[in-house]
Design a protein around this ligand. Structure first.
Ligand code: NAD
Length: 253
């Protein structure tokens, strides 16, 4: 079980102030890692960091950073290195969604989703991967989605970016394997987070999603946390370039 522990490891999680990011931050902290959470709103990040560290007793650093800005990625990484000296685990979690038909979608909305979901992970990869390569160790987890693997109507930029992120994960796995870095995609089905409030507050939409899930329910936050801990730990040392489906069986059909 030692191989599942993260003592002495340092994790940076983008969009770590709420939803899946905060749940994974808490899980990693509970497993022994020092954690850096970043998002555009420092107050939200600080609140999440306080809550997590009170619960786990771990060291949690909150930073302000917009993943679409190259300078923010660089500044976040250098602040994390100043504080902890290393980054072992990068979770590219920050993401956004828009649920609009393809023909009605304004170009600015398309561009916004591409910037957050695809350019953001690219920029954080560019900032963190060299530091991992230098040390010959790293774990990168990219938050794709079931919608990186299968389609859904009225989700053009989301499906395109999550599919793109999944395939960039495979390219990174090949490019950085010689440096002892594993890179995997985590593909959740529906979880109750702020992103999904429009679905969870709409009884019909919620039930329509449940009807497509063989396990018959939405995911639980502790389930994304435990999967992230596994992928971040030495227990997953022979897994790279994989898409880990965390979807109650949605994509098995
Ligand atoms: P959420 O909207 O609840 O939280 C997203 C987080 O990202 C927040 O902390 C937000 O502040 C941050 N963020 C958004 N834009 C940002 C930016 N430009 N720069 C920095 N931070 C930014 O989302 P969530 O449901 O927790 O989803 C987390 C990730 O998991 C996303 O990539 C999402 O696409 C993916 N995902 C979620 C689900 C789900 O059911 N919730 C399913 C599949 C995939």
């Amino acid at each position: 079980m030692e191989r599942f522990r993260l003592d002495g490891r340092v994790a940076l999680i983008t969009g770590g102030s709420k939803g899946l990011g905060a749940a994974m931050a808490e899980g990693l902290s509970e497993a022994g890692a020092s954690v850096v959470v970043t998002s555009r709103h420092l107050d939200e990040c600080e609140a999440a960091a306080r809550r997590i560290s009170e619960k786990t007793g771990g060291d949690v650093l909150a930073l302000e950073g917009d993943v679409t800005q190259k300078e923010h990625a660089r500044a976040n990484v250098s602040a994390a290195l100043d504080r902890f000296g290393q980054i072992d685990i990068l979770i590219n979690n920050a993401g956004t969604n828009v649920r609009t038909g393809t023909l009605e979608l304004p170009l600015e909305e398309w561009r916004r989703v591409v910037e957050v979901n695809l350019t953001g992970p690219f920029l954080f990869g560019q900032a963190v991967l060299p530091t991992m390569a230098e040390r010959g160790y790293g774990r990168v987890i990219n938050l794709s989605s079931i919608l990186g693997v299968v389609g859904l109507a009225a989700r053009s930029p989301y499906t395109a970016t999550k599919g793109g992120l999944l395939n960039m994960t495979r390219a990174w796995a090949l490019e950085f394997a010689p440096y002892g870095i594993t890179v995997n995609a985590l593909c959740p089905g529906p979880f109750d987070t702020p992103m999904n409030r429009p679905l969870t507050q709409d009884k019909e939409a919620y039930a329509a999603f449940v009807s497509r899930i063989p396990l018959g329910r939405w995911g639980r936050l502790e389930e994304v946390a435990s999967t992230a801990v596994f992928l971040a730990s030495d227990a997953s040392s022979y897994i790279t370039g994989a898409a880990i489906m965390l979807d109650g069986g949605w994509t098995a059909q």
